[in-house]
Design a protein around this ligand. Structure first.
Ligand code: ZN
Length: 197
């Protein structure tokens, strides 16, 4: 089953949860949607009930993902938006035919067309990215401080000083690295063979 695949990292924003399906972009990258079935799993967890997905649709999804990440990175670093990223995001937003529906309980669901439901879901993700990139929601784009990650994330903390895409992963790893570095700097008393090459 899917246990053999890397777990998902779902955040609070749809589009950044989506870009987080590829992690460690500047290191040994981890592809968290390696197969069409895994994209279906991810979409299900994100509120889109989809029966099937083709390899071509997975390729579309990854293209959208990288375009969102490129655009968000540009915003975070005050650069101009890459033209190709803008085009891909817009194409997906225009193509999607998902309809938001209100549930009797006051929740929101997505009604997807039966023929191209993956594209419909990608359209919703593209529209979510547009909302975040254009400042429709309260927050600030930033890049993760981890040098092997550098993920673009959306900081909604009150102080807007979040440094890592995720505290549980990148944040803790950086903290640990600093701890080890500090220990190395202090000469360790009375430990045989503690020097490392
Ligand atoms: Zn990170």
């Amino acid at each position: 089953m899917s246990a053999e695949y890397p777990e998902f990292r779902l955040g609070t924003e749809l589009s950044t949860s989506f870009t987080a399906t590829l992690t460690e972009r500047r290191g040994d990258s981890v592809e968290r949607i390696p197969t069409p079935a895994r994209l279906v799993d991810w979409l299900a967890l994100s509120g889109f009930a989809i029966n099937s997905c083709t390899a071509a649709q997975l390729a579309l999804a990854r293209e959208l993902r990288e375009s969102i990440h490129a655009a968000a990175t540009a915003i975070a670093t005050d650069d101009a938006l890459p033209e190709s990223a803008v085009r891909v995001i817009n194409d997906h937003s225009i193509r999607g035919r998902a309809a938001a529906v209100l549930t009797p309980e006051g929740g929101r669901e997505w009604r997807l067309s039966s023929t191209s439901s993956v594209e419909d879901a990608l359209g919703v993700i593209a529209a979510d990215a547009i909302a975040l990139i254009t400042g429709q929601r309260d927050g600030r784009w930033a890049l993760c401080a981890s040098p092997s990650c550098r993920a673009a994330f959306f900081d909604t903390s009150r102080s807007r000083t979040r440094r890592w895409c995720e505290m549980n992963t990148c944040g803790n790893r950086q903290k640990k690295a600093r701890f080890v570095a500090n220990r190395r700097r202090q000469p360790e008393p009375a430990r045989n063979g503690s020097s490392t090459s």
